[in-house]
Each structure stands twice: as structure tokens, then as C-alpha cells.
Ligand binder design. Sequence first.
Ligand SMILES: Nc1ncnc2c1ncn2[C@@H]1O[C@H](COP(=O)(O)OP(=O)(O)O)[C@@H](O)[C@H]1O
Ligand SMILES: [Mg+2]
Length: 406
Amino acid sequence: MQVGPYELLERLGAGGMAETHVAIRRGPGGFEQRVCLKRILPGMTEDPELVRLFHEEARVSARLGHANVAQVLDFGVAEDGGPYLVLELIEGSNLRALLREDPEPLTSGLVAYLATELGQALDYAHGERVVHRDLSPSNVLLSRAGEVKLGDFGIAKALSAERTRTGVVKGKVPYMAPEYAREGSFEPRSDLFALGVILYEALAGARPYDGANEPETIAKAARGERVPLAERVPEAPAALRDAIERLIEPELEARPESARAFLEALHDVHPPPTARRILAKRVRGLEAKAQATLPFEPTQPARPAGTLPLTGATAGPAPTPVVVPAGADEETRTRAPLEPETRTVRSGPPLMDGETKTRVDPAADPAASRDELGPPLPVASRLPLWMALGALAAGGLAALAWWLTR
Ligand SMILES: Nc1ncnc2c1ncn2[C@@H]1O[C@H](COP(=O)(O)OP(=O)(O)O)[C@@H](O)[C@H]1O
Ligand SMILES: [Mg+2]
């Protein structure tokens, strides 16, 4: 399928509002560029509010250019009238998939590396007066080379005043700062809170504030009711634990005053120089695993009989958007484009919580394609059967000839 000058290849993910694809743009002289194309879900392009949000995402994220932020490359309108956003393609995975599917917990060295990279992304974005507002593991993109990039500025905002009052709270509840959940006010330190939840989860394997339901989760975060990291991971460096826990303090004033201050607090916990390489290896391991469990897709070459068994590919439950009205301005009518992390539904095989799984294009990665197709058919092992059948047929013919000539 063609969208502007881009040909859509496989789908990477689909949320309540938009879907992302690997896409390719071809040009003269064999020019090819693989990109990530994000567009409003077909059928929803008539919704002026969604289109407004999408334009805002494009406008805000196009202002950013940093090694730790997924770069915007293009923005346009497709033949069907729907807008599309083109981003640098980060081939690899995302932190949600890594946390869910890699059985090995993240080492404190890797968490320190994530903390530094994401801290730099926020330091930069906040310096450009942009708040992200939807930091969560699925929006932390991890490349095969071990890079960490912040994506999905879908509800990001350009800051006009020191504190933004938005009226409607959008985002994923477990990562929401108390002041945002309570009164809809958002500022750079609210992004720091979400970063802290992500890092706590990466280090401890569990979220700091996790109630039986969303109001309970919000209440626990507001009270700062959590198990200290010292109890969960006593072996992790105290400086790392303390820096993370300061991010998730319910009171704004108790958090570091900026992403830069957080990076300074991390000064003593240098990530090991090998962290990037180790992350790269784990991302590639994850990709290989994802390939091995991919369901059959008609757009891909037919799978020969006798290869890998198919995994069940049923869609998860329908996404339930959350809108917490916190004021009566024009944004109150906004349909929330995002669901809580645990309720997000994506394409592809069912995952533990329906989260996104990034997949590589088998056509572009011969190794992955080999993995997906599985081992070649064991032709040699079928030979004796054919020989026996042949012998039987020959015997039958000989018997018939003998009977006829008798
Ligand atoms: N630039 C990119 N490169 C590769 N994969 C991406 C990119 N942007 C997003 N993705 C994948 O698509 C998923 C959904 O994209 P996202 O922008 O977060 O949309 P949504 O608003 O639906 O959450 C991400 O979790 C990630 O796995
Ligand atoms: Mg997202």
C-alpha cells in the first residue's frame, strides 16, 4: 500500500488513534530509504480533534533533533486525506518488550545507562521547552546498536508557561505524576516522575506504585506508598537507587529540579563502557525470539509445510481509552489517544499484556527471515519412505507382468 511517496511494509504497532509501519521510499538510481511511518488509523481521519493532535505531534517533535530522540523526517497528507508522520526507523525493539520478554533482569549497569540516555533526552527536550507527557516503556525505543531513543510525542506539548494546565489528563496511569493525575497540571518534573517509574520498574522488575485498579494506583503514588529499592534490590548501587527514588517523590519539590540535576545526581554511577554493547546484544536476542514466534502473515512468503508451528494470533481485548476530566476547557472533549500501559492493544501475536512488539522486516534481514522460516525440511529423512514405496510399486508391476505372460 502506498502513502504519499512511501510504500507501507509491515505494521509495527497500533494504538487507539494511530498505527505505525515500516515503510520504504524509493528514488532514482536504486535509492531506498527505510523509515517509520505513523498515521491516524484509517476511518478516524475525519475526526478533527485527532487530526489536531496529530498535527501538534508533528509540529512539536519536528522541533527536536537529538541522538536520544526519534528524529522526524517528513510530514504529509496521504491520498485518502489522512496526515502521516515519517520518523527515522529505529530497528530493534522497545523497553516494554525487553522488560516483558527477556527473562534476564536488567543489571544496574544497564539501568544506569538507560537513566543517562533518557535523562539526556529529557534534558534536551525540556531545554527546547517541550514536555513529553507520555513517557512509558513502550515509548522508549531500543536499537540493534544499543541506542536508546525517546519516541511518541503524540501528546507532547510545547510549554508556554512554566506549568501547563491541560484540562484533560492523557497518558498511562502507572507513569502519571500525582499533580498531573490530580489537577491536570504538567511541567518538566512530571516527565521526571514518569522516568523514575520506568527506571524503578527496569531495576526492580515491578512498578513502584501498583494498585488493584487505576484510582488505587493514583492514590498510592500520591502518598508515595512503595517498597523502597533498598529492599527490592539491595545489591544495586545506593547512588543509583537514591537518584531513581527522588524522581518518584509525590511532591514536586522533592524531585530533582531538572533533568540536568538528575544527570548530575547520577554522576557517581557511571554506566559501564560496555553497557551499549550489552544492550545491543539483548535487543538482537529479543528480535530473534520475536521472529521465532511471529504468526504467519499473508504478505510474507508462504511458509513451507513442516516448518515452525504457528503461534495463536488472536487479537487482544479492545483498547479502553482513559479520559480523566480535570477541568472544563476545550480539551475536555478530547478523546484520549492513549491507554494505560497494561491495556494497550497492538497488532501481532498476543503478548502478556497486549503491548507492542517491534518486528524486523524479514525481507531486509536474511538472518531473521531464516529464523522465521525455521529449519529446512529434513529431505534426507524422508528418503527411506520413497525407496520403500518405489520398491513396492516395482514389485507390483513385476507381479502383474508375470501374471499377464503366464
Ligand atoms: N521511529 C520508530 N522506529 C521504530 N519503531 C517505532 C518508531 N516509532 C514507534 N515505533 C514502534 O511503534 C510503536 C507505537 O508507536 P508510538 O509512536 O508509540 O504510537 P502510539 O501513539 O500508538 O503509542 C512503538 O511502541 C514502537 O514499538
Ligand atoms: Mg506509544
